[in-house]
Design a protein around this ligand. Structure first.
Ligand code: COA
Length: 168
């Protein structure tokens, strides 16, 4: 099966079809995502199968963000200004039918690719994610994010992501 991400379009995508196992993430997609796009506070991309683009199998949301250097460990904040431009990976969820298949990593890589491309136009030094629980934090750590101590916040430098990203 071939999957791809697309800009959320409510007249094209069945947002009610997603069951990520986390109701609040499914409800946000159904009820809040389009409004957030309209207000330009978050862009949402849905994950669809090429042959059935209406069926939403996952999604992620991206927004601009500002990190305060003093909230970061010195080893992470070193070399940055006191206020650091960043991109927030605000939400990421995959349908339960695809959990444990490696597709979560593929979806994350898709989000990170979009971020790297966007930051060639608007600078951002870090990708930031606020994991919803320890399990999700472990998922992000597996993909190179570094935990801010005593929190569920994780960051990764855009330059580090770009350095390992295969060119398409
Ligand atoms: C988070 C989510 C996208 C992960 O997708 P998934 O399909 O379960 O995970 P994958 O199978 O793609 O895992 C990819 C890799 O990460 C690893 N991984 C997954 N969870 C992990 C964890 N908690 N700790 C360490 N590694 C983890 C897997 O072992 C796998 O590694 P491998 O490819 O080397 O075997 C999915 O579980 C989901 O949508 N959950 C509900 C929503 C959610 O919690 N979103 C996070 C919001 S912050």
């Amino acid at each position: 099966m071939a999957f791809r991400s697309e800009h959320l379009a409510v007249n094209r995508h069945d947002v009610g079809a997603l069951d990520s196992g986390v109701p609040e993430l499914d409800i946000w997609l159904r009820e809040q995502a389009a409004g957030a796009v309209a207000r330009r506070v978050a862009r949402t991309f849905v994950w669809v199968e090429s042959q059935r683009v209406e069926q939403v199998l996952g999604y992620y949301s991206l927004a601009g963000h500002r990190l305060v250097r003093s909230t970061l460990p010195t080893s992470v904040g070193h070399g940055s200004p006191s206020e650091i431009p960043a991109v927030l990976l605000a939400r990421l969820a995959l349908d339960v039918r695809l959990h444990g298949t490696g597709m979560g990593g593929v979806l994350l890589a898709d989000a990170l690719r979009r971020i790297v491309i966007a930051t060639s136009t608007v600078a951002a030094r870090f990708v930031v994610v606020d994991a919803r629980d320890e399990l999700a934090a472990g998922f992000y750590e597996h993909y190179g994010f570094r935990r801010i101590p005593a929190s569920l916040r994780l960051v990764q430098k855009v330059s580090d992501i770009a350095a390992v990203m295969p060119s398409k």
